[in-house]
Design a protein around this ligand. Structure first.
Ligand code: SAM
Length: 360
């Protein structure tokens, strides 16, 4: 295949106006440390060469914390060599904010500007990782609150999943050549059949966190009407607008269409009552807790939630290791969820879980 040409962008001109803008580095940047004084970063356009930085370049990237202006960075690093390729800070400042690099953002407001309150910087940086430099970790109750209260008008179109929660199943909600002309849901149903999960047919299927409901619709379309007759397909979600869409689309796929608004960490079902649970890209949304070293070393939690996390760590014998960092984020929610699956699934019941990203 021919390599696509890189879109050519002139270096950014550092005008008076640009110099007064604040700087944010992009969240979730992956750094590869090549040696003690060299770190590599991939520009967004992977046809561009890797950006190689020395300690000074890394300092400059870290200084892009939403409080530092472009001008302040030019003053401090502009003339200093920032990496083994010899370019000074000025060169990097003229390139990193270009769309082809996308290593940082210059503006007066944090990046995002999405019409929902859930600007992606808030969602990704503050909620998941406390990235943006704000004091405190907002994850322990924030994710649940966010789904219950802040996504109120997100169910009206595909925007939220086009821009913020860009899942694989959402991307492949339409038939695609990469999936042999199938949708994600249809392909999943074919695979479930191949695995023998529909012989005998399940009686109760629960889909947890079904987003906009395309998966339910497409799974249904892959079965004949009589095959669905005796199956109850229950959509469970914490976000009401999504749940409403899930039920509508499940019906369009030929299911009866039952919805229940609940948190997957506490399933509202009796023991041994469900045959099949489908969960696609949800576990990274479940409750994280931020533990401190002291708690990990003593096994004593400072809150009941932290204690619950520490009890899980002990129960599943997760090795703590020698060099315990000051803080550790532990994804408690997925542990609760899997324990709940264990409880509600019938003996021999099955679950299909997939997560591309956070938790595997
Ligand atoms: C990242 S989306 C995934 C949507 C869909 N499964 C997909 O693959 O596109 C997460 C979904 O899980 C729901 N969700 C998040 N936390 C949840 C929880 N604790 N319990 C139940 N649903 C949850 C959200 O409302 C949303 O529908």
């Amino acid at each position: 295949m021919m390599k696509p040409a890189v879109a050519v962008h002139e270096p950014l001109r550092l005008t008076e106006e640009t110099l007064s803008l604040l700087t944010w580095r992009i969240p979730d940047l992956v750094a590869y440390q090549h040696n003690h004084d060299e770190w590599w970063f991939a520009p967004l356009d992977d046809n561009l060469p890797i950006v190689r930085l020395n300690r000074t370049g890394l300092d400059m990237l870290q200084a892009m914390n939403g409080h530092t202006t472009v001008g302040a960075l030019v003053k401090k690093y502009g003339a200093t060599i920032c990496g083994p390729d010899g370019q000074p800070g000025q060169w990097h400042l003229e390139h990193w904010a270009l769309p082809t690099y996308s290593l940082c953002y210059y503006g007066t407001e944090p990046p995002g500007g999405h019409r929902h309150k859930a600007k992606w910087d808030l969602l990704l940086q503050q909620v998941r990782e406390g990235w943006s430099g704000n004091e405190g970790f907002e994850g322990e109750s924030h994710l649940e609150d966010f789904h219950q209260h802040e996504l109120t008008d997100s169910g009206k179109d595909d925007g939220h999943f086009d821009l913020i929660e860009t899942t694989v199943s959402h991307l492949f909600r339409e038939p695609n050549d990469a999936l042999n002309g199938l949708t994600y849901g249809r392909l999943l149903m074919k695979q479930l059949r191949k695995l023998g999960w529909f012989t005998p047919k399940p009686r109760v299927i629960v889909e947890v966190g079904g987003g906009l409901g395309y998966l339910a619709r497409e799974l249904g379309k892959e079965l004949l009407p009589f095959e669905k007759q005796t199956i109850r397909y229950i959509s469970l979600d914490i976000t009401q607008p999504f749940l409403t869409l899930q039920v509508t689309r499940a019906k369009a796929g030929g299911w009866g269409g039952i919805g229940t608004r609940a948190n997957g960490e506490w399933l509202p079902f009796k023991n041994n009552s469900v045959d099949l649970v489908i969960d696609n890209e949800n576990m990274a949304d479940m409750t994280p807790v931020k533990l401190i070293r002291e708690e990990l070393l003593t096994g004593a939690g400072t809150t009941p939630q932290h204690q619950e996390a520490l009890d899980w760590i002990r129960r599943v014998r997760l090795p703590i290791g020698q060099n315990v960092p000051e803080n550790v984020i532990f994804n408690l929610g997925p542990f609760r969820f899997v324990a709940e699956l264990w409880r509600v699934l019938k003996p021999g019941g099955l679950r299909s879980r997939s997560c591309f990203g956070g938790v595997g």
